[in-house]
Design a protein. Structure first.
Length: 507
């Protein structure tokens, strides 16, 4: 039976409309490409002019439709650009941003939290020629050091197409995998497969020429600290030949260096905000450095330009995840002035050393001792803010009661460490409980416990290790909620706790 004429007309119309929609989509995509090209062209003209003006060598920016490999020197006339094309090794076309579905955009699979590494996919962030369209992450490797990488390329110290040789760089000890690695709620701020990436995904590197780098490295080392040498002499620390090696207090340690990799939906959730708000704030507050935070909603990973962390593990690393042995843990945030240079205005180095000594002792008793060191200088406000606060404290009366207010007056907040992401590394290490927490911080405690890792005992810094001038800091912190087994001062008592003035320091 033949179809009724009405139906075939209708069908023809539907097909025609579909065709038009497809056509419109192509035009739309082409317009976006063209806009990109025009932006490049505008930037091109401006930068070329600027370069001539300030006599600065600069790679030219050319329209998307006309990629040119051309070096630019201030003496080169703009018209001569093409004639110089053959001398420039890297492409000079700048891709300002990309869009999902744009022609050539083909991100490598990324199912964050999938337990099968092949289904999960590698973290791909490089903008190298063969990788730029395959990226599934925004940002750059190396955290804050990505800028030095940029400098090295800019001055031709580093070839932009350098291929790392990872021979013999494999982790010095094996770790996991743990069930936490495939829980997208538990690990959102680092890549749980980051130490294995070049080996797990060697086919992508070898067959598809995709650049994949590890974001974690694991090594073994010896370390020596003058305070622990003293502990040996005074009999607090004993030689066992395995963890504490000799009479000079030399320690055997396994170290894990971790660079941040953020799974944006998970990070946003951890802070109780929506992903869009997080992306917008990251974009705006990095000077608009990462436009793909806005244009590539399909890319969920971001390698932020911030410091990472280091895990110092004493004893057998396999014991960190063993629920049948005790674990002592210190989570320490960087304080370069005290940690390295011995400033006595705070308790940072004394507490760090105490943490290491207790970690070593726990390992010697057959358990595990771990110190995690985060690059979050000066409560993640940085040293400039920190020194401004020191000045304000020492020029006024350095009272414990004013301690946090001084920071808040300058920075607007008293602390930007926001410990919400900190427990990820504990999940990654397979830690399921902490027997002895060598920290008084209520923020660290609450973050860890809210991630489902119980803390059985909290150990404050012993009184005798607190330098006189750091009473202001420690008493203010205890008053603000830091854990203590001692007394919490009243506000009145707190105002009586005063630090040294500059005059005392000078003499
Ligand atoms: Zn400090």
């Amino acid at each position: 039976m033949a179809e009724t004429p009405d139906n075939s007309v209708l069908l023809a119309r539907i097909l025609e409309t579909l065709g038009q929609i497809q056509g419109d989509n192509k035009v739309f995509a082409a317009s976006i490409d063209a806009m990109n090209g025009r932006l490049n062209a505008l930037a091109d003209v401006k930068k070329l002019k600027d370069a001539v003006k300030v006599d600065t060598p600069l790679r030219p920016v050319t329209p998307a439709s006309k990629p040119v490999d051309a070096p630019f020197s201030p003496t080169t006339d703009i018209k001569d650009e093409d004639s110089a094309a053959s001398k420039r090794p890297a492409t000079s076309r700048i891709i300002l941003t990309t869009y999902p579905g744009q022609s050539g955009i083909d991100p490598i699979i990324m199912n964050w939290g999938h337990e099968d590494p092949m289904q999960r996919g590698p973290v791909v962030v490089s903008r190298a020629g063969s990788t730029v369209r395959r990226r599934n992450a925004i940002g750059a490797h190396g955290g804050s050091y990505s800028i030095y990488h940029a400098l090295a390329v800019a001055i031709n110290e580093l070839k932009v197409d350098h291929k790392p040789d990872f021979t013999n760089t494999e982790p010095a000890v094996s770790l996991g995998p743990f069930p936490q690695w495939s829980d997208p709620k538990k690990i959102v701020a680092m890549d749980p497969l980051g130490h294995l990436a070049p080996w797990l995904y060697k086919d992508y590197i070898g067959k598809e020429d995709v650049e994949i780098r590890p974001t974690i490295a694991i090594t073994k080392a010896h370390m020596k600290l003058p305070e622990l040498e003293q502990s040996m002499k005074e009999g607090r620390l004993k030689v066992d030949g395995k963890i504490c090696l000799n009479e000079s207090g030399e320690l055997a340690v396994t170290k894990f260096a971790v660079e941040p990799v953020w799974y944006l939906p998970g990070v946003a959730e951890r802070f109780g905000i929506d992903e869009g708000t997080l992306r917008r704030s990251l974009f705006e507050n990095t000077g608009g450095s990462y436009p793909e935070l806005i244009t590539r909603g399909d890319i969920k990973l971001f390698l932020p330009p911030i410091g990472g962390l280091t895990v110092y593990c004493f004893g057998d690393p396999a014991k960190m995840s063993d629920p049948n042995v005790k674990l002592a843990l210190r989570v320490h945030d960087e304080c370069n002035g005290s940690d390295v240079f011995g400033s006595d205005i705070c308790t940072c180095r004394p507490y760090l050393i105490f943490g290491i000594e207790e970690a070593v002792k726990e390992a010697q008793r057959g358990g595990s001792g771990v110190v995690v060191y985060f690059r979050k200088e000066g409560r993640a406000l940085g040293e400039v803010t920190k020194y401004l606060v020191y000045n304000a404290r020492k020029r006024g009366i350095d009272r414990a009661s004013d301690y946090f207010m001084r920071t808040e007056n300058i920075a607007g907040v008293k602390d930007m460490r926001f410990q919400a992401l900190m427990p990820d590394v504990l999940h990654w290490l397979g830690i399921t409980k902490i027997d002895r927490m060598l920290s008084m911080s209520n923020m660290k405690h609450d973050a860890i416990v809210s991630q489902g890792i119980p803390i059985h005992e909290r150990i404050p810094i012993p009184e005798e290790l607190i330098p006189a001038d750091s009473r202001v800091e420690i008493d203010a912190k205890i008053h603000a909620g830091y854990f203590t087994t001692g007394k919490v001062m009243t506000m009145e008592e707190l105002s009586a706790v005063q630090g040294r003035a500059w005059d005392d320091v000078d003499h």
